[in-house]
Design a protein around this ligand. Structure first.
Ligand code: NDP
Ligand code: 2IT
Length: 451
């Protein structure tokens, strides 16, 4: 196991003490601190002024009650969160997640990672994250709207285009952003388009934002493969999840000549020997909001379905793995299986999908490994492009926006690779991403005084 530098160990112990029980947050902090030993050896200045301690402490954490009325007339209560982690580089920026597993530790890990991810994009955005333990599964459109309105009734006083700009994440897509924007507009009497991103195109959204995270991860993996003289062409790819990130990962991988063998949702995974039929999958997931088994029913021949408790999607042999569902979905056992099956590259579309064990196994096996905070940064980067378009009351073409995204992903890839080289760990994208992101945030914090 990689260890935390002895000078940083007391900082980590203090994080554990002050944030007891928040395992995902501990995991995310530990990974960054493991990378920072090399930074403080070179720049002892970052140990002064408690800069690292401050980076590990959110600037503000908001927890609130979200009451709403279901279709049966019953009052329901959920808990809402917004963690405003760091605003040294710009307004807090990051998604909102609706999932029953959401708790403060999960939102904190996401906000912490978001801070470094957003710094890596090179755009003027700080880091934040929010959400609720609300479960959208099986809820009617009216219930979703009432929940979003109640959530925003509290959240609106904490956000704004210059303060904090939320967007989507698990369980929050264009529909939910629309309901939240509508309620924000009513409450504030302002058409403040830049307060939320991921809006639909007809009221201030950006072209390519829907596609951006999946496309961006594919561009990142393409750049990693190119360092070994390889490409996606003819490669077998497995993409977990079947939501926003997964669908547009599949789209781009297929356009680059890759063959996507398997996809999943929380019920299980399907394998399609002839390659995933993306039009069918989109119809099931984006239009019908259906389940993985609907694909099996529609397709039948050459397709099989494995229940979530009967096996792991990572048992399916592939050249490239692109985990795009949720945190810690790819374990050490899965990584060992993938390596045994000859995987050559892994690009994390989700946030922290690989456990620390899995990352170690990939790296020891020489697998090209792209951590989420670099590889999935295309989503938030395109959100920042949406903010730019809103601020200038402009609207760019798809090609123009995608070209910006492609350049940003190339720059992030190169920054990670060059930083890894500079700090004596060539090919270690985890170290490169953590250090490059950290240095940008730390420099800004340092310049702003004790904040
Ligand atoms: P969606 O809600 O669109 O899709 C999530 C997918 O992951 C669904 O297929 C869902 O299955 C599956 N999933 C979610 N939670 C679990 C779980 N606990 N166990 C198994 N499967 C699960 O979300 P996104 O595609 O937007 O997000 C996916 C990941 O990408 C998340 O980690 C998110 O933080 C990250 N991300 C998203 C960005 C964005 O722009 N949207 C940007 C950067 C990162 P089911 O429907 O059955 O629940
Ligand atoms: O994890 C993420 O980067 C997101 N969910 C997107 C955040 C954003 O503000 O677009």
């Amino acid at each position: 196991m990689v260890s935390v530098d002895e000078k940083l160990e007391p900082i980590f112990q203090e994080v554990l003490r002050r944030n007891a029980g928040e395992q995902e947050f501990h995991q995310a902090v530990r990974e960054v601190l493991e990378s920072l030993g090399r930074v403080i050896a070179k720049h002892p200045r970052y140990l002064e002024n408690a800069l690292i301690e401050r980076i590990c402490e959110p600037e503000r954490q908001i927890i609130f009650r979200v009451p709403w009325v279901d279709d049966q007339g019953q009052v329901q209560i959920n808990r809402g969160f917004r963690v405003q982690f760091n605003s040294a580089l710009g307004p807090y920026k990051g998604g909102i997640r609706f999932h029953p597993s959401v708790n403060v530790g999960i939102i904190k890990f996401l906000g912490f990672e978001q801070t470094f991810k957003n710094a890596l994009t090179g755009m003027p955005i700080g880091g934040g994250k929010g959400g609720s333990d609300f479960n959208p599964r099986g809820r009617s459109d009216g219930e979703i709207m009432r929940f979003c309105q109640s959530f925003m009734t509290e959240l609106h006083r904490h956000i704004g285009e210059y303060t904090d700009v939320p967007a989507g994440d698990i369980g929050v897509g264009g529909r939910e952003i629309g309901y939240m924007f509508g309620q924000y507009k009513r409450l504030t009497n302002r058409y403040e388009a830049g307060v939320l991103t991921g809006k639909a195109l007809f009221y201030g959204g950006s072209r390519a934002r829907t596609e951006a995270t999946g496309y961006g991860n594919t561009y990142f993996v393409q750049a990693m493969l190119a360092t070994k003289g390889q490409s996606f062409d003819g490669k077998k790819v497995v993409v977990s999840g079947s939501g926003n990130v997964a669908l547009y990962t599949i789209e781009k991988v297929q356009s680059f000549g890759g063959k996507v063998m398997a996809v999943s949702d929380s019920s299980g995974y399907i394998v399609d020997e002839s390659g995933i039929d993306l039009a069918l999958l989109k119809e099931i997931k984006e239009v019908r909001r259906g389940r993985m088994s609907d694909y099996l029913r529609a397709k039948g021949k050459g397709v099989y379905f494995v229940n979530a408790d009967a096996g792991s999607i990572w048992d399916v042999p592939c050249d490239v793995a692109m985990p795009s569902a949720t945190q810690n979905e790819l374990t050490g056992k899965d990584a060992r299986k993938l390596v045994a099956n000859g995987v050559t590259a892994v690009g994390e579309g989700a946030n922290m999908p690989s456990t620390p064990d899995a990352i170690r196994i990939f790296q020891e096996a020489g697998v090209l490994f792209a951590p989420g905070k670099a590889a999935n940064a295309g989503g938030v980067a395109t959100s920042a492009l949406e903010m730019q378009q809103n601020a200038s009351r402009d609207s760019w073409t798809f090609d123009q926006t995608e070209a910006r995204l492609a350049t940003i992903m190339r720059n992030i890839h190169d920054a990670c690779a060059e930083t890894a080289d500079e700090y004596g760990a060539p090919g270690d994208y985890v170290l490169g991403a953590n250090i490059a992101g950290f240095v940008r945030v730390a420099q800004a914090m340092d310049a702003l005084g004790v904040i």
